[in-house]
Design a protein around this ligand. Structure first.
Ligand code: PLP
Length: 394
């Protein structure tokens, strides 16, 4: 088995989630909208899962949960609902380091000419420019959509006060919390957001499941229309097995995130990996090391001779390092688009002020609570091997 240190990309479904899902995959009559006993049993199971997901969000009401087919759908639905709530308002605010789901949901509106996008920058540690954010939120603002934890660096944004600023001008506040469950607690009421998105496959639930928290009373205009499912907020027969698996994963993630010893052990493994990477990689620098981060993510850049002139050069980028790691049975990622042994500079690292050369030399290692010491050892040995081979090349 390869050492899977790419847990921010996706996680394996928890055995408990798979066990809970299996009977529902084969159940012939488990449409929760049906009136017969099998349908009612499915509706009961869905209700229990909704309660677990509400608790993961820190929400009191199960009715504040809308099931979706993942994080991307939840984010798109939130942006749509925010824009529908305040027609005529043109301003959409986000940050320069968001996931492409948010970026593209905004971009299509800018391209259609209905909205203007304001992107708030970050400093060299990936911390949000809060002064610029508060200055940008005004009476023309339809939506402020910000991530809680960054998928490439793990940096946690300080979102205190954002909800109040939005409330003061009648803007909608959405949080992309996709990278948080299991790593830190989520508390939508403390954050004060109108909506928040999560994705099952990022915390050991099944792929293709997710949820949107929609605050009670929020005038939510759906994107997916049809039947009355999900309180008319997301039509279509529910993915009963997937939602049941999501519910189990939500319970485990909530328990893990509030288990201080488990989170400290995860951070300790990440820190040991990080120390080893800093020692092994030439010119290594951890992105976001000085900022608050979730305990599972490490993004390290490296430099070979010839770097630093701002232009792409012939020295190896992270695609080559990754290829050598894959060969050694270690799965990590560049954190950005990567194809045919070439990595595009990461927009996240560029936004943090790195040169294009450096931004093409990010290596992201992301752990789970199940990551073992042996996997960390394997990763460090593989990195040392790769560096040796590449130094000979350079
Ligand atoms: N937001 C963040 C921060 C993510 O990391 C991801 C997935 O990589 C998404 C949104 C999209 O989630 P999904 O893959 O469930 O569509």
């Amino acid at each position: 088995m390869p050492a899977h240190l790419d847990q921010n990309a996706t996680t394996a479904a928890a055995p408990e989630a798979v066990t809970a899902m299996l009977p529902w995959l084969a159940a012939p009559a488990a449409n929760p909208s049906a009136g017969h006993p099998a349908g009612k049993a499915a509706a009961d199971a869905l209700r229990a899962a909704r309660g677990e997901v509400a608790r993961l969000f820190g929400a009191r009401l199960a009715s504040e949960v809308v099931f979706t087919a993942g994080g991307t759908e939840a984010i798109n639905a939130a942006v749509h609902a925010a824009c529908a709530r305040t027609p005529g308002r043109r301003r959409l605010i986000t940050s320069t380091v968001e996931h492409s789901a948010t970026k593209r949901a905004y971009d299509v509106r800018a391209a259609a000419g209905t909205h203007d996008v304001v992107k708030i920058g970050v400093d060299e540690e990936g911390r949000l420019d809060r002064a610029a954010l508060f200055a940008a939120i005004d009476a023309h603002t339809a939506c402020v959509s910000l991530m809680l934890a960054n998928n490439e660096t793990g940096v946690l944004f300080d979102l205190a006060g954002v909800a109040a600023a939005c409330e003061a001008v009648g803007a909608t506040f959405h949080i992309d919390a996709v990278q948080v469950p299991g790593k830190a607690p989520v508390d939508v009421y403390a954050l004060g957001c109108h909506m928040a998105s999560i994705s099952g496959h990022k915390f050991h639930g099944p792929r293709g499941t997710g949820a949107l928290f929609v605050r009670d009373g929020f005038p939510f205009a759906p994107t997916v229309v049809g039947g009355p499912q999900e309180g008319e907020r997301r039509a279509g027969t529910e993915n009963t097995p997937g939602i049941i698996g999501l519910g189990v994963a939500a319970r485990i993630a909530r328990e893990k995130a509030s288990d201080a010893a488990a989170c400290a052990a995860l951070a300790a493994r990440r820190d040991r990996l990080e120390a080893g990477l800093l020692a092994a990689l030439p010119g290594a620098r951890v992105s976001g090391a000085a900022a608050p981060r979730v305990p599972n993510t490490c993004n390290v850049t490296f430099r070979f001779r010839g770097d630093g002139d701002g232009a792409p050069d012939a020295a190896p980028d992270s695609a080559l390092v990754l290829a050598l790691l894959f060969e050694a049975g270690v799965e990590a990622s560049a954190g950005s688009a990567c194809s045919a042994l070439k990595v595009a500079p990461s927009p996240v690292l560029l936004a943090m002020g790195r040169t294009p050369d450096e931004a093409a030399r990010g290596l992201r290692f992301s752990l789970s609570h199940g990551t073992t010491d042996a996997e960390i050892d394997a990763a460090l040995a593989a990195v040392q091997g790769a560096v040796g081979a590449l130094q000979a090349l350079a």
